[in-house]
Design a protein around this ligand. Structure first.
Ligand code: UDP
Length: 471
């Protein structure tokens, strides 16, 4: 009998490509199925996207095909947001997707798309795929919001940020105005319509795989599944198969300067500061963050990006970065801190024994990379679903501390930065100690989820049986 074959489709952007490649790796290594990944790239041949694909291909667990570029200029308004463009592009990929499936020698039976690719699910039947699933590389509360959005769209009047009461999802934590995804803040923007459409398309799948695990979000997962046919939040099965994070490997370019420095530091003494693949701060916020790190007296490794409001367009990225720091900062903190401007090998950094805390924008991959190493977080959410991630981490899971107001809406002052960093790295008070202990517990439960009989492993097998990938 032919080896069962799953087809995964990754949407454009590193933040979508990497989780899908990691899922492919997991399916291949745990279930021993053949995996093909169709990658829809940004079109600008971003070197990091090709790098991620090369690294994944080198592991030999998935075959990766880049689908040919498609022009969507006539399909979207000139001022369309990135989110609108990605949804449009994924829908426009249908003919290329069908051609690519037709040309495969061994036909896949199962399709997995991410939530930008829900528009492709209607092509699955015509392409001869017998099952179609959605992979949400984020958490269960986020999934609950996406599938409830079409309901809110009908019953809520005006903008969501203006409502007096938090938005309700049966059995789940309510969603306050400060938790909302940035893509749904302006209901007149086309990207909002796309998000509602995505929520409507989720139940047309045969089920959803989500990057969390039962021990982390048992209550929310139960709420998604509970109730009768009409009242249940999720109309299709949900499989918690996380954490799936990027494994250490060729994608991580060894950066000896960073690791030589980390090797010299005491255990759990360094706060790692990185605001994701795109996160940049304003000039004022960069200055306050720098002062805060210095005032904290803690060791730090800071992945610093060019500030958003920097005006001297002619100087190089690197110059702009160092010019955005307070005068004398690098000299005064030399030995105590290390500032890097290039792409950092984050997975390896977070697993280094000297890391004691992570000041993070709370992208879900970063969160998982931190928690699977038992590293507590200073939550500094910036965009997308990061505000709700920060609420989840602080109020529900207890693995993070957060700023008193939302970064981006106001400037977080140096004293507050220093105090938050000291809390988690120096463990000066009870809150800091509790947060670290919780992060340690999550690390243990994340490992258990993938052991023999663990919840995520069992869930993956249950899914694979249901869709015929294993007997
Ligand atoms: N990342 C990295 N080095 C960097 C910045 C980011 O390796 O200098 C990786 C990080 O490990 C994570 C991904 O980029 O896997 C960021 O994904 P996340 O979901 O945290 O946030 P996004 O950047 O997509 O908002």
């Amino acid at each position: 009998m032919d080896q069962p074959h799953a087809l995964l489709v990754a949407s454009p952007g590193l933040g979508h490509l990497i989780p899908m490649l990691e899922l492919g790796n997991r399916l291949s290594s745990v279930l021993n199925v053949k995996v093909t990944v169709f990658a829809v790239t940004t079109g600008s041949s971003s070197p990091t996207e090709s790098e991620a694909m090369h690294a994944a291909a080198a592991r030999g667990t998935c075959e990766i095909t880049e689908l040919p570029p498609v022009d969507i200029d006539h399909l979207v308004e000139p001022d369309a947001t990135v989110v609108t463009k990605i949804f449009a592009k994924m829908r426009a990929m249908k003919p290329a997707f069908q051609d690519a499936v037709k040309s495969m020698n061994r036909k896949p039976t199962v399709l997995v798309v991410d939530f930008f690719g829900t528009g492709l699910m209607s092509a699955a039947d015509e392409a001869g795929l017998t099952a179609k699933y959605l992979y949400v590389p984020s958490h269960a509360w986020f999934l609950a919001v996406i599938v409830t959005l079409p309901v809110w769209d009908k019953v809520v009047e005006g903008e969501y940020v203006d409502i007096k009461e938090p938005l309700k999802i049966p059995g789940c934590r309510p969603v306050g105005p400060d938790d909302l995804l940035d893509t749904i803040l302006d209901r007149s923007n086309h990207q909002y319509r796309e998000c509602v459409r995505c929520g409507e398309e989720v139940p047309t799948s045969d089920g959803v795989l989500v990057n969390t695990w039962e021990e982390l979000q048992g209550n929310t997962l139960a709420a998604l599944r509970e109730g009768g046919e009409s009242s249940r939040v999720m109309k299709v099965p949900v499989y918690a198969i996380g954490p799936n994070i990027r494994s250490k490997g060729p994608m991580e370019k060894p950066n000896s300067m960073i690791f030589e420095w980390l090797d010299k530091q005491d255990a759990r003494s360094v706060v790692y500061v990185c605001l994701g693949s795109g996160g940049a701060l304003s000039f004022e916020q960069t200055v306050e963050l720098a002062w805060g790190l210095e005032l904290s007296g803690q060791r730090f490794l800071w992945v610093l990006r060019r500030p958003t409001s920097y005006l001297v367009a002619s100087s190089s990225d690197e110059d702009q970065v160092s010019e955005s720091l307070p005068e004398g900062f690098l000299d005064r903190t030399s030995g105590v801190g290390l500032v890097v401007t290039q792409w950092a090998p984050q997975v390896e950094i977070l697993s280094h024994g000297s890391i004691g805390g992570f000041l993070s924008h709370c992208g879900w991959s970063s969160v998982l990379e931190s928690l699977t190493n038992g590293v507590p977080i200073v939550a500094w959410p910036l965009y997308a679903e990061q505000w709700m991630n920060a609420t989840l981490l602080t109020e529900e899971l207890g693995v993070a501390v957060r700023t008193s107001e939302l970064p981006g809406k106001g400037v977080i002052g140096r004293e507050e930065v220093a105090s938050l960093v000291r809390k988690i790295v120096a463990e000066e008070d009870e809150e800091g100690r509790k947060v670290r202990a919780k992060a340690e517990e999550v690390k243990v439960s994340s490992e258990r989820a993938w052991t023999q009989g663990g919840s995520s492993r069992s869930s993956l097998f249950e899914w694979a049986k249901r869709c015929g990938l294993v007997a």
